[in-house]
Design a protein around this ligand. Structure first.
Ligand code: DGY
Length: 319
């Protein structure tokens, strides 16, 4: 069975696939154009896919040989699950192994924005260290404040846990379902969406992205948030309307924003958000640790190997 891996992944995963006797195809150049990527996909049985290529009806029609896809990500918003189901193509993902790493980035952004790290680092780089000034570059402390989690799954839980441990933050959340573990262990309180946006000092987005929630965090939401609040998004850029966010930051409707995901992605370097002093932007590095990326390689390889043996993938997002 052929496995097409569009970009080199950690050796652990590759070795597992080799040991399982699978034929692996990895292009020399990992930055394939869409056409090149598609032509590889047309000639393979399974794909271990890195990145957010679209898997929709057109894809499955054009690549009828593809029998299974193992994503090298937990998110699967780039896959049309209905289309995959219609073609009977199982889609694997890599949950859990990146929850620590991604929640670490949310936590890092929260503190960076609260203590104005980007602004101050920029000053140092510009040779503008400045004198000690009792009134300048003041951040805010997070102790005892309210953290609102939108989407309290595995990553949201870890963000809530470390924020509570570090800063004794009160946790409120809005989710499709109640998270009993978080209510029991973190004393997290389920609230309506409106309560979430109105009561959060820090609002951190951790949900799985669905098209119906595109631009959910828009002007009317930012208007209802507290003027000293911080917006954090490490989930998907599609959740926030980037121009509305910019305006909310400029007009001080909210205090600051930390983004590991943007809309669009990659972000244009001319995006006016980058000119603001109350933001911290990272280039989608949530899972970028050695531990998480090794874990993702292992899970993705396990998914492919299970499929090759006629078994169900251990982490499969569709029936
Ligand atoms: C994920 O695993 O979904 C990360 O955001 C990388 O795409």
């Amino acid at each position: 069975m052929k496995v097409f891996i569009n970009k080199r992944i950690p050796e652990t995963g590759i070795k597992m696939l080799e040991d399982a006797g699978l034929e692996i195809i990895i292009p020399e150049n990992g930055n394939l154009s869409q056409e090149e990527w598609l032509s590889y996909c047309k000639n393979t049985d399974t794909i271990l896919n890195v990145g957010n290529h679209t898997f929709d009806h057109d894809f499955f029609d054009e690549c009828p040989n593809v029998k299974a896809v193992a994503l090298y990500s937990v998110g699967f918003d780039h896959v049309d699950i209905k289309a995959a189901n219609q073609k009977g193509v199982p889609i694997g993902n890599t949950p859990d192994v990146l929850s620590n790493a991604t929640s670490d980035v949310a936590f890092l952004l929260m503190q960076s924005v609260a203590r104005r790290a980007s602004y101050n680092f920029q000053k140092v780089k510009e040779g503008n260290w400045g004198d000690f000034d009792p009134l300048h570059a003041l951040g805010q402390e997070l102790y005892g404040k309210t953290l609102g989690i939108f989407g309290l799954g595995r990553i949201g839980f870890e963000m809530a846990k470390k924020s509570q441990k570090a800063f004794d933050m009160n946790i409120i959340y809005h989710n499709r379902h109640h998270n009993e573990e978080a209510e029991r262990e973190l004393n997290a309180r389920y609230v309506s969406f409106d309560e979430l946006i109105e009561q959060s000092d820090v609002l951190s987005v951790h949900a799985n992205f669905i098209p119906e929630q595109k631009d959910l965090f828009n002007r009317s939401v930012f208007e209802k948030m507290r003027p000293d609040s911080i917006f954090i998004n490490t989930a998907r850029g599609g959740f926030h309307h980037q121009t509305d966010l910019y305006e909310a930051l400029v007009s001080k409707q909210i205090w600051g924003a930390g983004l590991d995901v943007t809309n669009p992605e990659p972000m244009f370097k001319e995006d006016p958000i980058l000119g603001l002093s109350n933001v911290c932007v990272l280039p989608h590095i949530g899972s970028a640790t050695i531990e998480a990326r090794n874990g993702m390689a292992k899970l993705a390889a396990e998914n492919i190997i299970a499929f090759s043996k006629g078994e169900k993938m251990a982490n499969c997002v569709n029936p």
